[in-house]
Design a protein around this ligand. Structure first.
Ligand SMILES: C[S@@+](CC[C@H](N)C(=O)[O-])C[C@H]1O[C@@H](n2cnc3c(N)ncnc32)[C@H](O)[C@@H]1O
Length: 259
């Protein structure tokens, strides 16, 4: 991860950022004023207690590294270390949950379960089913224990490398309302997973890609995807990018910061 790259992209984001006066589309104005500028409370107490427990958990796992750390190697990592470095902060998890309610999403796909904390935030929308994908067997086991403990029945875990599991899942699947891509932060897999997912998207679907400015290759993937012919609206929120597919949105792109 290049610090110089991140500094440059942060400055660029700050320069291009706009506020509600520059938003002409009613759809994006609504999104900005209701969701992006809403003060997010301190997360859901029961899930933030779980986060704290995970952060201090010293259990060592053998973790297959499918992500940007290196394909297929096994590393010893404590649950605490994973919780402190990989999990989405509550402000963003709450924002994703807000997006589910805003779009009334029912079929939700999360690429990259990790310990399942963001999954548990998404699963608060009880009429939604969350299909969550994790490659590491040891991590998926911890996530499933968390789902059982939380008593959430609307989460389905798909274990295995996304390179194999995603197209197998998508083949017989109905249209998807919401996707959170937070697994393999590399250029080629990001493009490939996006392409596969587009077969099951509809005009009202939303796709969030996490870590779009994390590296030059993620920056490149984001630029290519947000300018794809199927994308009719996009928002750069710095931490992540949001994609919309409704032709009525007429190819708009915004740069915002989550409050
Ligand atoms: C950043 S973490 C996900 C964090 C989670 N969404 C959250 O906010 O709590 C990324 C996860 O994706 C998994 N992953 C990365 N590449 C994968 C692949 N090719 N197939 C399956 N899982 C993968 C990693 O094992 C890791 O647990």
């Amino acid at each position: 991860m290049s610090t110089l790259h991140q500094a440059k992209s942060f400055i660029r984001h700050w320069l291009y950022e706009v506020d509600d006066h520059s938003i002409h589309s009613p759809y994006f104005y609504d999104l900005y004023t209701k969701l992006v500028t809403r003060k997010h409370p301190d997360g859901l107490p029961v899930l933030e207690d779980l986060r704290r427990d995970l952060e201090s958990n010293k259990t060592v796992l053998d973790v297959e590294d499918f992500g940007s750390g290196g394909q297929g190697t096994i590393r010893k990592r404590t649950i605490g270390e994973i919780a402190r470095t990989s999990l989405t902060p509550y402000k963003w998890a709450m924002f994703f949950l807000d997006l589910l309610y805003h779009s009334n999403s029912k079929r939700v796909v999360e690429l990259g379960t990790s310990l399942g904390l963001t999954t548990l935030y998404l699963a608060q929308k009880t009429d939604a089913t969350i299909y969550t994908f994790e490659g590491s067997h040891a991590i998926a086991n911890v996530a499933m224990t968390n789902f059982e403990w939380a008593g959430k029945k609307n989460i389905k875990v798909i274990e295995g490398n996304l390179d194999q599991t995603l197209h197998r899942f998508l083949e017989p699947t109905d249209k998807i309302d919401f996707v959170l891509m937070d697994a393999n932060h590399r250029y080629v897999p990001t493009l490939e997973y996006y392409r596969l997912l587009t077969r099951r998207l509809k005009s009202s679907s939303l796709v969030v890609i996490d870590d779009i400015h994390r590296s030059e290759e993620m920056e490149k993937a984001w630029e290519e995807i947000r300018t794809d012919t199927l994308v009719y609206g996009s928002v750069d929120l710095y931490r992540c990018g949001l994609l919309c597919f409704d032709p009525a949105l007429n190819k708009q792109h915004y740069v915002w910061s989550l409050k």
